[in-house]
Design a protein around this ligand. Sequence first.
Ligand code: GAP
Length: 484
Amino acid sequence: MLGCLIGTPFIFSLFQVIYKYMENKDNLMEKIVALCKRRGFVFPSSEIYGGFGAIYDFGPYGVELENAIKREWWKTMVQIREDIVGLDSAIFMHPKIWEASGHVSGFSDPLVECKSCHVRIRADHLLEEMDVKADEKMGLEEINKIFEKHRDQAKCPNCGKKDFTEVRNFNLLVKSNLGNFTGDEDSNHVYLRGETCQGIYVNYKNVLDSTRVKIPFGIAQIGKAFRNEITARQFIFRTREFEQMEMQYFTNPEEEMKEYEKLREYRWKFYLDLGIKEKNLKWHKHDNLVFYAKEAYDIEYDYPFGFSEIEGVHARGDYDLTQHSKYSGKDLSYADPVSGEKYMPHIIESSVGVARIFLAVLCDAYTEEKIEGDEIRVVLKMNKKLAPVKVAVFPLLKNKPELVKKAKEIYGGLNSHFMCEFDDNGNIGKRYRRQDEIGTPYCVTVDFETLNDEAVTVRDRDTMKQERIKISELKEYFEKNLDN
Ligand code: GAP
């Protein structure tokens, strides 16, 4: 596996791939990738060792943005919902779970290999780039037929040759030898979870028996998932280690589709409340439904590489609990406490990757504005709730101890309430630009007047307007304006 991840013949270099997709939209993707690295949002994993395919690390501002996204999701999906509870299940689970779920036999991507340079590429992606419709949910036979029809056009993006193998399925589950002390690496392997929801299904009975929930109710969790994605594409959009936020809602079969419509509406509103522009969102209905699904829609965001899935909202029927009942031998059906009716609950799910929202937020917020002559200001106009730093505090001059002392006092008074940053480096204009670039909604400047009037200048990120606010009123001012 290590060879597959880091061996150059097997994967595109990250930057080759990024450059391929960033030609659109004024190089927005290129600008965002560069800003993420320059300003400590996202770093390529293990960079000093040459990187590690399709894995990223989130830097100081990145982790703040991630946490803010997760906080908003948790608030919407658990905190304000009487009918939904949280869970944190383990990454490692009994391997039979992945047999029951169908992942061992069916969780795969269609893959072709260039016979010349041995690069492996997803066949559906290669076809897509040739404007031929294909998707990962198609059966192997179907996608092979399409690929054979267009084989003479399919060109290797690495070496340019047109000589591919036929399409094969490649299983995405990541194996581990956790708990295997036999020395035989090929037996008794367990998996790193490929999705977080399986931990929800296998705890459904525990939650039911230990809390006051009754159907309809949901279980939500945020956690890491792992997939052996073949190609690293589009920066943090598709990675091999990622964080999912999933909510599984257990319903009476009769109510499934009614609840599904409510969930679709609820999830759409989540993105609008995050401040994502509605024109950049759309619904995509699945044509190729897996056999058990009643209906499946994705919410798509208009990323720089085009509309792509940000979240799946799917009606899964009774497949999951039926499978786990069968494989575990435990009855997971539900007995209605009032009517006594017994049935296998049907599940509707909302499933989204944190990094897909992260990337959408950055794409939506990234703004270049001409100010004063030809100067361009880069500003992330994101929802203030999501901003990594809420308030930056500056002394007007670094070499005036009385200003620095006052600014430090203000910083110390605010930072237990808001994420704050102290900055005394360079001129004020440069400090504003630095904060604009990471989306800080407010900058506070302590000047000589402050020493007399106990007031500071507060500058707004979006309007660049400045107003004078009493130090004693700052906390209240920010509480009101940041909607914390
Ligand atoms: N439980 C259903 C499930 O996992 P999925 O369509 O495979 O369905 C759901 O994934 C969501 O997880 C996607 O909409 C996407 O936001 C995120 N996701 C999936 N694979 C990902 C990857 N390799 N990198 C980042 N996010 C991913």
